[in-house]
Design a protein around this ligand. Structure first.
Ligand SMILES: O=C(O)c1ccccc1NCC(=O)[C@H](O)[C@H](O)COP(=O)(O)O
Length: 241
């Protein structure tokens, strides 16, 4: 059985590494320089970095230069997210040398463009399915964007390689992941799923790791690491068996 991949998160707002609660603009807690945070996760043994431009996601500007600098400086794989919605932003994201990008809003608002991106870039494209209940949310999680399972079926048929699934109600809350949601999404698709939002403890990570046979490939961890609920070394050890 392959082990769960861990993706420590660096979410960037106004040049700072921050954590949000429920992804809501204005709920930020700042954790300083994103370069230092990313390097710290790499040095602690991470194989992946989940790097988010929150300003681009919310439409309040962007941190593109800084995000590009961080992505290029990493020796580990990088997943880029936030505000990638057209040819220019996709080209800029892919040019950082990141392993893959997450498309979110675009998958809801410009499905033809996303189908083209999937056809051109294959598994360098993942789609972020950010949900409240079973309703998808776009534009920095501020607008409804359709039904989760209908969108999943459409993206599957277009060849989408993987999904990053976030229960917004859990994100940044340290309340534990939505394991039922992950199980249901895994049952609805044969593509790998990356779990995001809510991880609070090593037991949460073990519970997500138990879903690897059902199709969960990875888990993004943000707040728990910044709040020092556990160290990244402990997390990597917890999912190594
Ligand atoms: O990823 C996005 O595009 C995004 C857009 C708007 C608000 C938040 C967004 N991402 C947040 C994350 O990916 C979190 O880093 C991740 O879900 C970790 O959550 P947690 O472990 O609960 O802090």
């Amino acid at each position: 059985m392959s082990k769960l991949e861990l993706l420590p998160a660096v979410d960037v707002r106004d040049g700072q590494a921050v954590r949000l609660v429920h992804g809501e603009s204005g709920s930020e807690t700042s954790y300083g320089d994103p370069r230092a945070a990313a390097l710290a996760w790499q040095q602690a043994g991470a194989q992946w970095l989940h790097l988010v431009d929150l300003d681009a996601a919310f439409g309040t500007g962007d941190n593109r230069r800084l995000i590009g600098e961080v992505a290029r400086s990493m020796d580990i794989r990088v997943e880029l997210s936030g505000g990638i919605r057209d040819d220019d932003t996709l080209a800029a994201a892919l040019a950082t040398g990141c392993t893959r990008v997450n498309l979110g809003t675009a998958a809801l608002e410009t499905p033809e463009w996303v189908a083209k991106a999937i056809a051109e870039h294959g598994d360098r494209i993942a789609v972020g399915l950010d949900v409240r209940g079973t309703t998808l949310r776009g534009r920095g999680w501020t607008r409804d964007g359709g039904d989760l399972y209908e969108t999943l079926a459409r993206l599957d048929s277009e060849g989408c390689a993987r999904y990053v699934v976030t229960d917004i109600a859990k994100d940044g809350t340290l309340q534990g992941p939505n394991l039922d949601l992950l199980r249901h999404v895994c049952a609805a698709t044969d593509r790998p799923v990356v779990a995001s939002g809510g991880v609070s403890s090593l037991d949460d990570l073990r519970a997500i790791a138990a879903l690897v046979p059902e199709g969960v490939e990875g888990a993004i961890v943000g707040k728990a690491l910044y709040a020092e609920a556990f160290t990244l070394e402990e997390a990597l050890e917890a999912v190594s068996r």
